[in-house]
Design a binder for this molecule. Structure first.
Ligand code: 9MR
Length: 742
């Protein structure tokens, strides 16, 4: 999340018009007689001798606002829609930032555009509606942040009111929606057709050579509230021949191409896990191990970083400092949060546990030397090396003995205010702070440390012992302080991750401690918890704030002596049957049923987490319907959806690639990479909290509340807790080989 809202966009769809008599708000935008009243930061020499405004931009600056060309005292009227135009040219080509904003802190941005300036030059045009009456707004071209010097020329800068707002219309391509990556040869194969027809339509499946290999009729499904579309479904599951370049045709439209194959899940199994290495804090990312992604270590006590080796608390919270270096950055920000790190590292460890325990597991696929890590070759499975990088950080967040609240875990550590994009971790110059301990963080530590004690024991006894001691201390501290909640308003510079109910975290932690130790205290707690017998299978799904299902799943799959273990297992099948029923009733095959059809922040992770429940049900029962439910869920993620796109970078003909991130910020700076292959986007979010989404998606039907724009942090972020279920499911599906486990 950032506070730098982007409130405008290059027009897509209907083009706005401006009243011809709308007054011009910019003074001297043509630079025909000098450049006053335009100003530049002291590191610029403005030159208007050619009739354009040109200047050399120095290299070696860090932030966009280190170099600015601006004009002040531009009047805005609330509710008025403006058109902002200019000509811009850059040598070499660069992405700039054009802002119309409050001229003083907090520099609220009413328009934020990222023009891609080319050597030949372009005309740019944006519209925005002013939310305020302001006599003295500022027009600012922010041009800093480049290592190398460059030159820019601007001309014909204009701001006129009375524009009609643009209407954003996403390009959703052909009306036949398929899993653009592919279907397993022996797995289910379903598609969705958007059509006004009310009676069945003929469909044809063509192979890569264009031959019709199957045909049939669609099933009309009526109006789908998650998309607002009238839809039909197609079932072509009887076609089992592997191949590439298949297409499906119905109602005069031909789908994007797809494969019938199992190879891509094998690739995703490692890609989704490789994601974590480039999220690491506190270590240099090796260009050799990750070509295109090498970068210096972030937050290792080297200026301009402040931390994370000697981190103080927020003022008044504690009087000590901690070394909390390492771990993974949470998402597109540089924060590190124990609750979210907890579920992420848990799901990596449980992916490992599943691989060694389940009937179809292939642990060697996650073994040593599978993920190209600095630790590869140390005889420890790479998936555990990666998990340990985070677990070591979680251990460091525990309050040391002798301090107030000893044994609790600090809720989070992050910058004391939000930074802008792009910003590589090693150049973040904000003060880093520890936030107060919380019961939720403490229980996340107890749960993951208990699990680590179990999982790492065969590889490193001392590490296992260290984790067990930390887990037991954390448990005791949480029992002694059961109601210390993170402040929901503590969200300046980092997410709040607040959670007013930690009874589910207590259950999950007790479950892990019981599974590792067998101790009576934890067993008694588990059996007495309302979550042990209650309905933990939320329609919305499990996530960082709803962890009861994690405890239940672990008690079902990890051997233990609970008296009601068979009931626990049966309950997983019941949960899976519920998700399966939801999926079957849904014409896009989504096992997710939020009330009023309001999709959550990170809906994709909830959906994939519900697939995990079905996958565990398959592991427990061997019943095909659960495995088929998992595969159908992935069809949605890979393109069988209203937007006709895959949500995983590098997978599918049209896929998310501009996820919100300060360092995979190619959309803002072509010198930076896109997120690595195998990165899941958060996905549709009905609440559209960020300005880009608010500008473009207002009134969206749930599945349309998404945009692949780097500034849309509410719909398009990447996170460690969203890639974890993706990795878990990728491994599960890869284990199914052709879709029948053979
Ligand atoms: O994933 C989190 C989501 O469940 C919350 O609704 C949202 C608002 O509090 O925050 C999300 O987490 C973000 C966190 O606060 C900061 N780092 C990026 C996370 C993903 O967007």
């Amino acid at each position: 999340m950032v506070t730098t809202p982007a409130a405008a966009y290059a027009p897509t769809g209907r083009t706005a018009t401006v009243a011809a008599d709308a007054p011009e708000q910019i003074v001297n935008g043509t630079f025909d007689n000098g450049h006053a009243p335009w100003w530049g930061t002291p590191n610029l020499t403005l030159d208007s001798s050619t009739g354009q405004l040109c200047t050399n931009i120095p290299g070696g600056t860090v932030n966009p606002w280190d170099v600015i060309i601006g004009q002040d005292n531009v009047a805005l009227v609330a509710g008025e829609t403006y058109e902002f135009r200019f000509f811009g040219q850059a040598t070499p080509a660069r992405v700039g930032k054009a802002l119309i904003q409050l001229p003083v802190d907090p520099y609220t941005q009413y328009l934020s555009a990222n023009p891609e300036l080319s050597v030949s030059g372009n005309n740019y045009r944006y519209t925005f509606t002013s939310p305020v009456d302001l006599p003295n707004a500022q027009v600012a071209f922010q041009l800093g942040g480049s290592a190398e010097p460059w030159t820019i020329c601007l001309d014909d800068v204009s701001l006129t009111g009375g524009a009609e707002p643009d209407v954003y219309v996403p390009d959703t391509g052909p009306r036949v929606r398929v899993n653009q990556v592919g279907y397993l040869p022996k797995g289910p194969k379903n598609a969705t057709v958007v059509t006004d027809a009310t009676t069945p339509l003929p469909w044809k499946l063509r192979d890569g050579a264009g031959r019709v290999v199957a045909y049939g009729h669609t099933t009309p499904r009526g109006l789908d509230p998650s998309s607002g579309q009238n839809v039909h479904t197609v079932d072509f599951g009887r076609h089992t021949r592997a191949g590439t370049g298949y297409t499906l045709t119905a109602d005069g439209e031909t789908s994007r191409p797809f494969d019938i194959s199992s190879a891509f899940y094998e690739q995703l199994r490692t890609d989704a896990l490789k994601f974590y290495y480039t999220q690491r804090s506190g270590i240099e990312i090796s260009e050799t191990l990750r070509p295109g992604y090498g970068r210096p270590a972030g937050h290792v006590g080297v200026a301009p970083n402040q931390g994370d080796t000697v981190v103080p608390c927020q003022p008044g919270v504690c009087d000590y400092t901690l070394d909390v270096s390492g771990g993974w950055y949470d998402a597109g920000d540089h924060g590190k949060y124990v609750v979210n790190g907890g579920i992420s590292v848990h799901q990596l460890m449980s992916e490992y546990e599943r691989s060694v325990r389940s009937r179809t597991g292939e642990p060697w696929r996650l073994g040593d030397r599978t993920l190209a890590l600095p630790e590869s070759g140390n005889r420890v499975p790479d998936i555990l090396d990666e998990a340990r990088w985070e677990q070591e950080f979680l251990l460091k967040m525990q309050v040391p003995a002798g301090r107030p609240l000893a044994g609790m875990a600090h809720h989070k550590i992050h910058d004391d205010s939000w930074t802008g994009l792009p910003l590589l971790p090693h150049v973040d110059d904000k003060r880093r702070e520890l936030h107060p301990p919380s019961t939720a963080a403490t229980l996340n530590l107890a749960a993951t440390a208990a699990q680590a004690a179990r999982v790492f024991r065969p590889f490193d006894r001392r590490f296992a012992d260290r984790n067990l001691a930390a887990a037991e201390r954390a448990w005791a501290a949480a029992k002694a302080n059961p109601e210390i909640y993170a402040d929901p308003n503590d969200a300046n510079g980092g997410g709040a991750y607040s959670d007013p109910d930690v009874s589910d975290e207590f259950y999950w932690a007790a479950a892990e401690l019981y599974l590792t130790t067998g101790a009576k205290e934890y067993r008694t707690f588990v059996l007495a918890s309302p979550h042990h017998t209650g309905d933990v299978w939320r329609e919305r799904g499990l996530d960082w704030g709803n962890t009861a299902a994690l405890g239940r799943l672990q008690l079902a799959v990890v051997p233990n002596g609970l008296p009601d273990r068979s009931r626990v297992k049966t309950s997983v099948l019941q949960g899976a049957d519920r998700y399966l029923a939801t999926l079957r009733a849904h014409p896009y095959g989504i096992p997710y049923n939020p009330s009023d059809n309001l999709f959550d922040w990170g809906s994709n992770n909830l959906i994939v987490n519900n697939a995990i429940v079905m996958a565990v049900a398959y592991d427990l029962s061997g019943k095909d319907r659960y495995r088929d439910g998992v595969l159908q869920t992935m069809d949605y993620i890979f393109g069988r959806n209203a937007l006709n796109q895959s949500y995983v970078t590098g997978y599918g003909e049209v896929a998310s690639r501009n996820q919100h991130s300060r360092w995979y910020a190619r959309q803002l700076n072509p010198d930076l990479p896109n997120p690595p292959r195998g990165t899941l986007s958060g996905g549709p979010n009905s609440a559209i909290q960020d300005p880009v989404a608010q500008q473009k998606l207002r009134g969206c039907a749930p599945q349309f509340c998404y945009i692949d724009d780097i500034e849309s942090w509410a719909t398009n972020e990447l996170t460690i807790n969203w890639n974890a279920p993706l990795a878990w499911i990728a491994a599960f599906v890869a284990d199914q080989d052709n879709g029948d486990g053979r």
